[in-house]
Each structure stands twice: as structure tokens, then as C-alpha cells.
Design a protein around this ligand. Structure first.
Ligand code: AMP
Length: 393
């Protein structure tokens, strides 16, 4: 029997959310609908999810001692990571002590690092991936590029959203790519993965939810990345039956290996009927924001159900939809979004403003969502809305 108590009382069902970005914010809103008590953490104050949580703490989540202190004080029923950069070794200890980490401490540990997840996928599970080699020093790096061949893609093993990532087109790019990777990694300089360039037709995120009743797949999401960062996504991505079957099979294998309950974003490259595993995040995915308009239960609602042990008997799909990220460039602590009456003038259009307190460089600050008869029309609708948006720094 699943029981949820009263927030801020002795019966409260408590979640500590590690990471308070826009994805966390939507997840917290879904938890709030069930009366769950939410404590949001991040490295800066007033992060989006903190603005809708019951309480928050500001800390470096890589500081295991501080993280443990907060967990021991709050005694949550569920610890839910929203980002990768967390002291996942602390999660492993906490799980041993009886805490529940979503989906599992091992999953957060393995996916924090490109090496852990790549070796699991390719070497243990035998899933198809790009060619790859890891390199810790410049000499190893040169040898790895020579072995994989150019073009190849270089990424710090501790990175996400395109940070430190570059394309090595010819051997002449080697010095530049090494420098970019050493400067862009989350943990500073360090090991990189050299991946063979995959000449794909399109790439997808297959959101996969592990819940009490089993595993369910959402309709595949297509997306466009610029410099490794998502700019547009749409659902459903048309796929051949064979490719979809292979994608679901890969997603099932990798999510079963990681275990636990929750939603996973499984990223894959597709060429014809061939499907190549790229990576997996054991949490809602940025490209999955499109599900806020395409489905009755968004990826955040599904994550909440899965985490809380509630059933997911079906996932109703409302039709072709698209999302477009609003990436703001500049420096400001008082960004405003104007002309919204025009942005939202077409039917089946939505906007989410994340409420981020600051932009310093470039930052995703909002997303535009639209539904239409076809994916193409939905994408065009988000573009029309985007062009009307007036961002003031
Ligand atoms: P990642 O951070 O690994 O998800 O990479 C970000 C994006 O870079 C992907 O979504 C692809 O568009 C592109 N990319 C990454 N790895 C490769 C690869 N091996 N071959 C071609 N494109 C890639």
C-alpha cells in the first residue's frame, strides 16, 4: 500500500532533490500535487526548483560531508538526483545505510562518468556504440585519436551539455581539442573519451520509465543539438518498426542494468535500421520537456509516479509536439521576457519561464512548447512564438 502523509508533519513523505534546475522545478511541482514535502539543493540560492520547494539548502553537492549532514537532518524517504555532479560515493554509503536513492546509487555513480556507463553498455551488455578509447594524458590522447581515426568526437568523461566537447576533424585539430576538453570538464582537467564520429540520420531520446508495474516506453523524441546542447526537440520522431524495436530493446537492457524506479533518458543515434547507444541519464531529460505538452503525464509526472511507487497503467499521447529552448546570451540578474501575449496567441502553445536569477554568458532560461497536426507544424509554431519573444537583459 502506498501512503502519502501531510507535508511538514510527522507523517510527511519527504524527497530531497539534488539539483534545482528547470527539470527539477517541474518535478517538484508534480510532487507538490501529491502533497510530498520537498527539500531542494543546489550550489546557488533561488534556483528554479527551490522556488517551488518547501525548503532549500545551498551547497556544493560534490561535498559529500555536507550532503550527508543534510540527508541525516532531513531523513528523506527518497533522495532524487537532478544533475550528475554530485558526490555519488556518498549516495552509495547512504543507500547501504537504508536510504533510497533514485533510481539506485549505482546508477548515479556509473552515469556521472562517461567511462562507467560506456564500459557497462559496450563491454558488459554488448550494446552497439561508437568506437571509443579513453585517454588520461596528451600522449594517450594522440594515440587514441590515431587509433579511432578522424573525424572523432572528444569529450571530458566528467561533462554534460556539450561542455568541453569538440569535433576533431583532422589530426591538425588534436592540440585544440585536447585544450577544449581540459578546460571544459566538470572536474577540471582530466580523462577524456575519444569517440568515432557517428554519421547518423537522426538522434533520439527514448524516455523509459521503470515503475512498480514494469517498464514503459514513451514515444521517441527527436532533437537537434548545437555544440552538444539541446535546442529543439519533437515527439514522435518517425522511425522504422525495426529501428524502434531495437531502440526499445537497448533501452530495456541498459535501464534494467541500472535498476531502481524512475524515468531514464536513453540517447541513441539512428542510421537506417541501425541503432547505436550513446548515453543514458537516470532522470528526466531536457529534450523530454516536450512531454509537458505532448502527453497527459509529462516525463516529470511519470518520474513522480515511478519514484513514489504509484502505477503507470498508460501514457496518453496528445499528438505531434515540439519544444524550443530559449537560450539567452549576456549578463544580467533581471532578465525579462516581453510580448508574451503574442508568443502565446496561437492555440496549443505554452511557455515555461524558469525564473533563473542570473545569466552570465549563455544560459537556457525558458522553453516554448507547441502541439499541431504534424511535428513539422509544431516545430514551425514554436519558431513563430520564439521570434515574437522579446528578451530584455
Ligand atoms: P553527449 O553530451 O554525449 O550527449 O553529446 C552531445 C551531442 O553531440 C549528441 O547529442 C550528438 O548530437 C553529438 N555527438 C556526440 N557524440 C557523437 C558521436 N560519437 N558522433 C556524432 N555526434 C556525436
Amino acid at each position: 500500500m502506498v501512503t502519502i502523509g501531510t507535508p511538514k508533519s510527522a507523517t510527511a513523505t519527504k524527497v530531497v532533490l539534488c539539483g534545482s534546475g528547470e527539470l527539477g522545478k517541474e518535478f517538484v511541482i508534480e510532487l507538490q500535487r501529491y502533497g510530498v514535502e520537498v527539500i531542494a539543493l543546489d550550489r546557488y540560492a533561488d534556483a528554479p526548483a527551490m522556488q517551488v520547494a518547501h525548503r532549500s539548502y545551498v551547497l556544493s553537492m560534490l561535498d559529500g560531508d555536507r550532503l550527508r549532514e543534510i540527508i541525516e537532518k532531513e531523513k528523506p524517504d527518497y533522495i532524487v538526483p537532478e544533475v550528475e555532479a554530485i558526490s555519488t560515493s556518498t549516495f552509495i554509503e547512504l543507500e547501504k545505510e537504508g536510504y533510497t536513492v533514485i533510481p539506485t546509487a549505482k546508477a548515479t555513480f556509473l552515469t556521472m562518468n562517461r567511462e562507467g556507463i560506456r564500459r557497462l553498455a559496450a563491454e558488459e551488455l554488448g550494446l552497439p556504440t561508437s568506437k571509443y578509447k579513453f585517454a588520461a594524458t596528451f600522449d594517450e590522447f594522440q594515440a587514441a585519436v590515431a587509433e579511432i581515426g578522424t573525424p572523432c568526437v572528444i569529450k571530458p568523461i566528467m561533462s554534460s551539455s556539450g561542455h568541453g566537447q569538440s569535433l576533431c576533424r583532422t589530426p591538425a585539430d588534436i592540440d585544440k581539442c585536447w585544450k577544449i576538453a581540459q578546460e571544459g570538464g566538470r572536474a577540471g582537467a582530466g580523462k577524456v573519451i575519444v569517440e568515432g564520429f557517428v554519421d547518423f540520420d537522426y538522434e533520439i531520446t527514448l524516455l523509459t520509465v521503470r515503475h512498480v508495474g514494469g517498464t514503459s516506453f514513451l514515444a521517441p523524441i527527436g532533437h537537434i543539438q548545437i555544440d552538444g546542447d539541446y535546442r529543439e526537440s519533437w515527439q514522435p520522431q518517425p522511425m522504422t518498426g525495426t529501428a524502434l524495436e531495437k531502440a526499445q530493446d537497448i533501452a530495456k537492457k541498459i535501464t534494467d542494468a541500472l535498476g531502481g524506479r524512475g524515468i531514464f533518458g536513453v540517447e541513441m543515434f539512428i542510421k537506417g535500421d541501425e541503432v547505436i547507444f550513446s548515453e543514458v541519464s537516470p532522470r528526466p531529460h531536457d529534450t523530454g520537456m516536450v512531454t509537458m505538452i505532448s502527453q497527459d503525464l509529462s516525463e516529470f509526472a511519470l518520474h513522480a509516479r515511478a519514484v513514489l511507487g504509484l502505477p503507470v497503467p498508460n501514457i496518453a499521447f496528445h499528438g505531434a509536439s515540439a519544444s524550443r529552448a530559449v537560450v539567452v546570451n549576456g549578463n544580467s540578474t533581471q532578465v525579462s521576457f516581453g510580448n508574451l501575449e503574442k508568443v502565446l496567441e496561437e492555440p496549443d502553445t505554452q511557455v515555461r519561464l524558469f525564473g533563473k536569477p542570473e545569466v552570465n554568458g549563455h544560459r537556457r532560461m525558458a522553453v516554448i512548447l507547441a502541439r499541431a497536426e504534424t511535428v513539422e507544424e509544431a516545430r514551425e509554431k514554436t519558431l513563430r512564438a520564439y521570434e515574437k519573444l522579446e528578451v530584455k537583459l
